[in-house]
Design a protein around this ligand. Structure first.
Ligand SMILES: [Zn+2]
Length: 292
């Protein structure tokens, strides 16, 4: 689960950050700016309620790349090799020079070679005191699963998504980001999810998944009433979930096919309740689980 960007700064201000963050998505300069801001929040000597002062010596040193406790690691050519990680590892366990927190920013972290990633994993498993490691990568799939599973993921929206998010002032930004995740970054579906309600959708999907994995027809009753519009959004969100599950190997393609058929029926004006019940029965029969 991604921590919404808006909550990241809050966690940093309250010193609740985990020691390993994985920034992914968006653009590299955007991720770098946010990493530097986090370093400032954690080390600023005269912080303001809304964040770092950006005026003290510490803030200046961090933004100009001259702070001794902000360590950088990036590919020399196309990869980050083990010798780079070992050299960094020596520095990361040394006493802090000036800062309260030592921040390591590993850019293009999907360029870590396997031996380098394994050396990094050792540091992650014995985290140095008061230090935060930020991995930054365009694509989270390039990061070793054993590293991913230990990190707090932070998703950076694409520039167009960012504009979309900013245009939604009346909506809760956290909900908007959640809608984006549920839609797998499909703006029109995310908008539809926000309109029908993120929490309602999550609860509905949870109940439907439970009914399917328990082969419990009676639970289905609690899924209605459901209008055609809602049913369309819910089925699309289910399809996104199953698609992700298929990639991870926890779902089967027939589940996606069944949802596709349900969607077709919905377009042909079949009653939503009937469609959902038929879908559930089909999943019961074929041994679908839906839940991962
Ligand atoms: Zn400052």
């Amino acid at each position: 689960m991604n921590l919404p960007l808006v909550l990241l700064e809050k966690a940093a201000r309250e010193e609740h950050l985990t020691h390993l963050l994985l920034f992914h998505g968006g653009s590299a300069p955007y991720r770098r700016d946010v990493a530097l801001r986090i370093a400032q929040i954690l080390n600023c000597t005269s912080p303001l309620p809304e964040g770092p002062c950006e005026a003290c010596t510490t803030c200046h040193k961090i933004s100009s790349g001259n702070h001794p406790d902000v360590l950088w690691l990036k590919p020399l050519k196309t990869t980050i090799g083990i010798e780079q990680v070992l050299a960094w590892q020596e520095k990361v366990y040394l006493k802090h020079y000036e800062g309260t927190y030592k921040i390591s920013i590993i850019e293009q972290a999907d360029g870590l070679t396997l031996p380098a990633a394994n050396a990094l994993l050792k540091v992650i498993e014995e985290p140095p005191e008061r230090s935060v490691i930020i991995l930054s990568a365009g694509n989270v799939e390039g990061i070793l699963p054993t590293i991913q599973s230990r990190a707090q993921l932070i998703y950076f929206p694409d520039p167009s998504e960012d504009v979309w998010l900013k245009g939604l002032e009346e909506n809760n930004q956290q909900e908007a980001q959640l809608a984006f995740e549920l839609s797998d970054h499909n703006q029109s579906l995310a908008t539809a999810i926000l309109e029908t309600g993120v929490t309602a959708l999550q609860e509905w999907m949870e109940k439907f998944c439970q009914a399917v994995s328990n082969r419990d027809f009676l639970t289905l009753n609690s899924l209605f009433p459901l209008d055609k519009n809602q049913a369309g959004v819910y089925l699309q969100a289910l399809a996104v979930k199953i698609q992700k599950g298929i990639q991870k190997g926890s779902n089967h393609p027939f589940e996606l096919l069944a949802i596709g058929k349900a969607n077709d029926a919905l377009r042909q004006q079949v009653n939503p309740r009937l469609i959902i019940e038929v879908l559930a029965l089909e999943l019961f029969q074929q041994g679908g689980t839906l839940c991962d």
